[in-house]
Design a protein around this ligand. Structure first.
Ligand code: SAM
Length: 226
């Protein structure tokens, strides 16, 4: 309840993101496509402004809303954004939303499964200054070894939805059986973000919970669990 009141209050402080993005948000909400919460917009924007990343990677495009928001926010920096999505209907909507936008030349939509694309990007020796993790929550722990190879030293990883409507605090025994796996995986992920040498992480209970991680080393080669 407190969380809902806080959320409503934070929403009331936002004046929107301009006509183009506001229309995409409204359509996404009408079609029940999950996109970042309003309070995450300023959160992401502040870190982009501080970091001024040349290269951004996003896991989970949906219809392109957060990619477009990041492109708009980095207008003066000219950041390049790559974003990954596997759902064909969402890819079609994202392609249209990105293609019709003023930021199309800076956003590359990569079709495919996040894990496969991460593996491909690592193989190509690609590096990023900023990674926004917003795909399947239960997979974050599997993505982490790849993310640690893809982030440049000083790079920032923002992981969304890490507190899972606060169920992360619950004992696993209080959860339905099917929720236990994802609960354990997210706890393992947050533990790894906090306990891996060379990572500096803070977890903020904004929206559905966001973790901000700074990469302090030149590449951390933790084991890959295939
Ligand atoms: N970042 C988007 C935004 O705020 O506008 C919202 C992303 S939505 C929360 C998560 C997206 O990740 C969904 O569209 C889903 O299809 C996609 N996704 C989930 N698992 C994936 C995977 N393994 N590979 C590629 N995309 C995936």
């Amino acid at each position: 309840m407190e969380q809902e009141r806080l959320s409503a209050y934070l929403h009331s402080l936002s004046s929107g993101q301009g006509e183009y993005l506001d229309r995409i948000r409204n359509e996404a909400e009408k079609d029940k496509v999950p996109i970042i919460r309003i309070e995450m917009e300023s959160f992401l924007s502040v870190f982009l402004e501080l970091k001024k990343p040349a290269d951004i990677l996003e896991a989970g495009t949906a219809v392109g809303y957060s990619s477009l928001l990041m492109a708009k926010q980095t207008e003066s920096i000219g950041s390049r954004i790559e974003t990954i999505e596997k759902d064909e209907d969402r890819i079609a909507s994202a392609e249209k939303n990105i293609g019709d936008s003023p930021w199309a030349d800076r956003i590359r939509l990569i079709r495919g499964d996040v894990l496969e694309v991460f593996r491909m990007l690592c193989g190509e020796g690609r590096k990023y200054d900023f990674i926004f993790m917003d795909a399947a929550k239960g997979q974050y722990i599997r993505y982490l070894p790849w993310v640690l190879r893809l982030l440049r030293r000083g790079g920032i990883l923002i992981s969304d939805n890490v507190l899972q409507d606060m169920t992360i605090l619950d004992s696993r025994f209080a959860l339905e059986r099917r929720e236990r796996t994802i609960h354990k995986r997210m706890r393992d992920y947050l533990y790894a973000l906090n306990q891996t040498d060379g990572l500096l992480t803070t977890i903020v209970p904004i929206g559905d919970g966001a973790a901000v991680t700074v990469m302090q080393h030149d590449g951390i080669l933790t084991e890959i669990d295939e």
